[in-house]
Design a protein around this ligand. Sequence first.
Ligand code: DUC
Ligand code: ZN
Ligand code: ZN
Ligand code: ZN
Length: 471
Amino acid sequence: MYTLITGGTVVSSTGSALADVLVEDETIAAVLEPGSTLLGETFRAGLDRVIDATGKYVVPGGIDAHTHMEMPFGGTAASDTFETGTRAAAWGGTTTIIDFSVQYAGQDVLTQFAAWHEKAAGKCAIDYAFHQILGGVDDVSLAAMDTLIDEGVSSFKLFMAYKDVFLSDDGQIVRAMQRAAHNGGLLMMHAENGSVIDLLQQQALQRGETSPLHHGLTRPWQTEEEATYRAIRLADLTGAPLYVVHVSAKQAVQRIAEARDTGQNVFGETCPQYLWLSLEEQLGAPGFDGAGWVCSTPLRSRKEGHQEHMWQALRTNDLQLVSTDHCPFCMKGQKELGVGDFTKIPNGIGSVEHRLDLVYQGVVTGKISLERWVEICCTTPARMFGIYGTKGVIQPGADADIVVYDPAGHTSISVDTHHMNLDYSAWEGFEIDGHVDTVMSRGSVIIDAGEYHGRAGHGRYLKRGLSQYLL
Ligand code: DUC
Ligand code: ZN
Ligand code: ZN
Ligand code: ZN
């Protein structure tokens, strides 16, 4: 089966050019000059499908390297399943997710990994892979890291917050880092000083400060910066590469940038909510509505300039990529668990559907280039997490995961039109220039001009290699 995507501008992390893309079955067969005579008339006449991309961008399928489908958390579970969440991702031009298998404190890592495999198998509309959360670092879980690397899980997330659920102390962090330095794994860090946050939360509750706005106020930037710096130093001590997830404080970026300047393998991701949303907007929300923006790390002050600093860091490569940390909880029955006590609001925002659009608005407003958009949403995630070549690039031999993105059109995001299993949108009314026209996942067109043609179970598990991004 042959498909030709013709007339579009193929955008890669290094440049853009008018080109035609020939897809054979599940794979990219060739990238050709427009109208190339290499394809004879008979061949062209026999093509199974021609996609006209004139005036549009042809980009590698998006890779969202940080999602939490149906993750049990805060007494409930993230509202998107692997089925609904990957379908929503497809609508937004994401063709691969890397989700997290979760070991809570006291559980066996490999048993949990098997359980996560079970949850996702046969459900996903797009290809998927896993990181492993280590909620308990001990001899058994350290040995499991080696096993998991053989299973295609080459990155491990630790937490410096969430006592009794996930938190690792500094000694445990060093042990996991020593193992990663040895086995080639990439250590991912939730960098917030949980002990200080727990104290500030208790003090706030004692003062009767129970509303959602106190979530952000009890997680000040110092708690993120301090933990980020500590993680960087411990990584330096052990020689492990470090990837700091969901960075939102400009001071934390500064610590990452300094480490990178010394040649240390330290990387950072930010998320659309830290690029566009702010604490001030959350504080301005009426009643309990602010709960819709409760996520960790929290939204930060626009007055202090964190959002603009995130964009700058993306331009300078102080931060390497944008993932969503998609962890949706409905208002009804889920976020509501925190009425009267903000510490009980399940943490998370749902954005898996909107990442390409939201980061593209940075291109529209001149904050980043078109090529950088592709790099931070598609190419670097593939390199960082060991799937580049198969994913993240439009070149012969790569999987035909391709998005035709139309720079025309103007819409706004709404709960009424999104496809996530979520009863509100943190992005309600956010205006978007451009839109996803066509999405191809391993050669199958799964989104075509506003219609969904995907199916649960089309997505395959991706065994990842070691990071291809290390210095
Ligand atoms: N942050 C969130 O907002 N949700 C899930 C876990 C996390 O670290
Ligand atoms: Zn986290
Ligand atoms: Zn997360
Ligand atoms: Zn269009």
